[in-house]
Ligand binder design. Structure first.
Ligand code: HSE
Length: 428
């Protein structure tokens, strides 16, 4: 039997606690699978009130990251601090100290991966990040390993549980965005500062990593187009449903003739798609492989699901699985050839608020025709109750270029046909 593998955890929050639990509860199982014992040797956290809890897992407590970095017996440094400051410094120092690194930090890897990944490759240490993309859903190793023979050419995912929870509340209870967000915060789903979740930054970090894993190209995070869910209104969720669609915050990426079309944005998907049935805080991803589609669903966050993903990476180190960050032979991935989302072609949902007067449908139809956009369905409901009050006019288009849709919306504005700026969503 090989000697135990010693780990040191930096940051003992939700995921750190979950990791310690699964490590304790699955100790015999872990040993049997990994062929050696995995030992939690040390935990660093600034909050001294966690000392007792940490020691109850048999680990030494410290407030100094250097204690982990300078302990020659610690084989794996587990970074669960989060953010791109102290965490980055810790990971770089751990790699330089020859330690294997496992992290759940998507923001750091998406924004600074091009600096960190080559350091790990050069040092010959393992850099595991299974937990950083959709928590407990095994996406990273699945794409790199089990799907290596099935070339992934597209993906559509729900990669943020908080946003999906809020949209589910808005859809099922007819709530507006702000109260649904307040509810998510009260239930502990959303952070006190929910910006990364509701404005799409968090799923964009995850998509940046998935693009590298699936397509073998580096798509700079700052170039990824991102729109969050704070723009979504109950009126559009309601009309989308009437047409047989749900609005979801989607992470979309497609490999088209060597180029990558990608972005995070709310969009309509048919209600009978499996993704449309993914409710609440669940995450799910549909991968379009050239040998067939695969769908994965599960918890994208939470203590034990995410902790178990961290543990799986630690067990890879224990088993001596070679370090290979993205599963390609290249040490540095080539830069992605990026397709502009304005040039993307798909059907669209358009909602205008127009004055309730004769000829408006004809005029809006005329604007669409002027921009070469073909209308598939149209609905205009209700009557204005007071002079000057608008009524919604909803159009579903056939395939159209996003840029033409924007121009048509501008045109409707400049011709004074709408009472407010129109809203549009892409339909998948
Ligand atoms: N805050 C994320 C979510 C999980 O709500 O899905 C961590 O990325």
């Amino acid at each position: 039997m090989m000697k135990p593998l010693n780990i040191g955890i930096a940051g003992f929050g939700t995921v750190g606690g979950g990791l310690a639990e699964v490590l304790r509860d699955n100790a015999d199982w872990t040993k049997r699978r990994a062929g050696r014992e995995v030992r939690l040797k040390m935990v660093c956290d600034l909050d001294e009130s966690k000392k007792g809890l940490i020691e109850s897992f048999g680990a030494a407590y410290t407030k100094s990251l250097d204690d982990i970095l300078n302990d020659p017996q610690i084989d794996v440094a587990v970074e669960l601090i989060g953010g791109t400051g102290v965490a980055k410094d810790f990971i770089i120092k751990a790699i330089k100290a020859g330690k294997h690194v496992v992290t759940a930090n998507k923001a750091l890897l998406a924004e600074y991966g091009d600096e960190i990944f080559p350091l790990a490759t050069k040092a010959g240490v393992y850099l595991g990040f299974e937990a950083s993309v959709a928590g407990g859903i095994p996406l990273v190793e699945t794409i790199k390993g089990a799907l290596a023979g099935n070339r992934v050419e597209g993906m559509l995912g729900i990669l943020n549980g908080t946003a999906n929870y809020i949209l589910t509340e808005m859809t099922d209870k007819g709530m507006a965005f702000e109260p649904a967000l307040a509810d998510a915060q009260a239930k502990g789903y959303a952070e006190a500062d929910p910006t990364l979740d509701v404005e799409g930054g968090d799923p964009a970090h995850k998509l940046t990593l998935l693009i590298q894993l699936a397509f073998g190209v580096h798509y700079p995070f700052e170039k990824l187009p991102v729109t969050g869910i704070s723009v979504v209104k109950p009126i559009d969720i309601g009309f989308a449903r009437e047409f047989g669609y749900e609005i979801k915050l989607l992470a979309h990426a497609k490999y088209i003739d060597g180029k990558i079309e990608a972005g995070v944005f709310p969009a309509l998907i048919p209600s009978d798609y499996m993704l449309a049935k993914v409710k609440g805080s669940f995450n799910a991803v549909r991968l379009e492989g050239n040998a067939g589609p695969v769908m994965l669903m599960g918890y994208g966050a939470g203590d034990r699901p995410t902790g178990s993903a961290v543990l799986a990476d630690i067990m890879s180190v224990a088993k001596g699985v070679p370090a290979n960050v993205f599963g390609f032979e290249d040490d540095v991935l080539p830069e992605a050839d990026i397709l502009n989302l304005d040039d993307a072609v798909s059907p669209h949902y358009l909602r205008f608020i127009v004055p309730d007067k004769t000829g408006l449908l004809r005029d809006i139809g005329g604007v669409m025709a002027d921009h070469g956009i073909s209308i598939a369905q149209a609905v205009q409901k209700g009557q204005s109750e007071a002079p000057g009050e608008g009524v919604p006019l909803i159009l579903l288009t056939h395939e159209a270029k996003a840029d033409d849709i924007h121009r048509a919306m501008d045109d409707a504005d400049s011709r004074g046909l709408c009472l407010e700026r129109a809203m549009h969503y892409r339909i998948f």
